[in-house]
Design a protein around this ligand. Sequence first.
Ligand SMILES: C[S@@+](CC[C@H](N)C(=O)[O-])C[C@H]1O[C@@H](n2cnc3c(N)ncnc32)[C@H](O)[C@@H]1O
Length: 222
Amino acid sequence: MAVSAFENVKRFFIRLGIGLMPYFPLPWEPYRKALVRDSEKRYASGRWDYMNDIAEAHRYSIIVGCCEYFTPPERRVLDVGCGDGILQQRLRYSGYVGVDMNAAAISRAQARGASGATFVVADAAQGFQAVGQFDVIVFNESLYYIRDPAAVFARCRQSLSPQGIMVVCMFRTYLARQLWKKLRAFGMEELTTVSISNELGFSSMLRVYANSRLTARAADTR
Ligand SMILES: C[S@@+](CC[C@H](N)C(=O)[O-])C[C@H]1O[C@@H](n2cnc3c(N)ncnc32)[C@H](O)[C@@H]1O
């Protein structure tokens, strides 16, 4: 489809702005709070619905692929900041717990009545404590919304099964760069790093962590 000159100029400036974000040192807490406010408005107005579009599909597919590569199909999954559960719909599991502070997103997820899945309204930074062990713990574009994200990551790690993986995906910003350094300081094995971008110019990094050097569960992925 032909794109107008105005649209091209707009896209150029959007890409430029996005490209500069990792180097622009925004103050952490005000930026985080602005993101949370924006997220709440998006749920209220339906502006998060684009997460179901093709431009976002590859992000979920890569997470599914990493889960299938490293963990068996009967995996138990904890999805922190799960939104309305798009990942849950695309992943095989024997048990799934999705937690999100947005009640509208959680009730939408609950309404699907997926078997083996539990959705909880809670702030991951306070008032939520995972019960049991998980083979996959996911922070899919959610960690940088959470207050004291490194501490929340560390607390969730205590619920990781011995052969489990933690998957973190973060949009490239200055905040995310600082956060990656903090995660690296935990000294976990980094099993893989994937760079993800879409046609709008948005780009994210995805990393898979584990407590030990896991290898492929090839037999399960065929
Ligand atoms: C960009 S959305 C990503 C949603 C989902 N992970 C996905 O990719 O489809 C970020 C999500 O994190 C949630 N969130 C933000 N802060 C949170 C917190 N402190 N505890 C739990 N969820 C939080 C928001 O409500 C929102 O649903």
